[in-house]
Every structure is written in structure tokens, then in C-alpha cells.
Design a protein around this ligand. Structure first.
Ligand code: THU
Length: 142
């Protein structure tokens, strides 16, 4: 699932823009949408979901990634994220970058598309978004 085309990227960005319409963000009023291209070829979308107990809020990126994993796919090839007029308005928080590291199909290969509401995007990778990643920890044997 490495050969991503510009058409795939444009579709992923459109899906993220659509998903943003479902954002539940009555507190921040900051809507975010994400769309993940799973290694299974399927697209999983997500939006941010806030709570009156603010710390319970879930970001759009993790909503989409957790939907993917809950459907049985544990690797992704690309994620598009959109929040506002500028492509970097939806640059992912640290927690989401860490979760991307867990499920990336190779840190260097997995694309992160930072998109604006008009569909323009910047192409990064999980590796470029997260230097010195904490991904190699192995639990100790007893
Ligand atoms: N948010 C996301 O959905 N993704 C990010 O990467 C950054 C922040 C959401 C969480 C909250 O609902 C709102 O944006 C403001 O922080």
C-alpha cells in the first residue's frame, strides 16, 4: 500500500473536509476533520469530539485511527487533517503524533497531509512530524 497517487491524496483531503462537518466542538468552536487511508485500502474518517469535562475530548486524528483499528486494520499509509484556512491550522497535537507512530506503515513512508479548507495541502511524513519517536519500547519479560 505504498503507491499513493495525487488522486488518492485529493480524495483523502476531501474526506477530511467532509468529516470536519461532523465535529462536535461546542466549547472550543474549533472543528477538525481527519481521513486515514488504511493499509487495507479503506478510508476511515474522524472529527474532534468534545465533552463538558474538557479533558475527555478526543481529537479528529485519533478518532479516525481508532475507528480503523476497531475495524481490524492496524496499519495506515496516509492521513489527511484539516481545520482551517491554512494548511497548518490542523497540525496534529503530540498525543496524535504518538498514536500515528504506533500505527504507521513505516514512519518514513506514511504520509501526513496538512490540508486547508480549500483543498490545498502540505505533504509531510510521520517521521518528519515526530523526531526521536518513542516506538521501540519492548515490555520486559518476567
Ligand atoms: N484538536 C484536534 O482534533 N486535533 C488536533 O491535532 C489538535 C486539537 C481538537 C481538540 C479540541 O476539540 C479542539 O481541537 C481544540 O483544541
Amino acid at each position: 500500500m505504498a503507491n499513493i497517487t495525487d488522486n488518492d491524496r485529493a480524495l483523502l483531503v476531501q474526506k477530511a473536509i467532509e468529516a470536519r462537518n461532523n465535529a462536535y466542538a461546542p466549547y472550543s468552536k474549533f472543528s477538525v476533520g481527519a481521513a486515514v487511508l488504511g493499509a487495507d485500502g479503506k478510508i476511515y474518517t474522524g472529527c474532534n469530539i468534545e465533552n463538558v469535562s474538557y479533558g475527555m475530548t478526543m481529537c479528529a486524528e485519533r478518532t479516525a485511527l481508532f475507528k480503523m483499528v476497531s475495524e481490524g486494520c492496524t496499519k495506515f499509509a496516509a492521513i489527511a487533517i484539516v481545520a482551517g484556512e491554512n494548511a497548518t491550522d490542523g497540525a496534529p497535537c503530540g498525543a496524535c503524533r504518538q498514536v500515528m507512530g504506533e500505527f504507521a506503515d513505516g514512519l518514513e513512508n506514511t504520509e501526513v497531509l496538512l490540508a486547508s479548507l480549500n483543498g490545498n495541502y502540505i505533504t509531510e511524513t510521520v517521521a518528519s512530524m515526530m523526531p526521536y519517536p518513542f516506538v521501540n519500547f519492548k515490555p520486559q519479560e518476567d
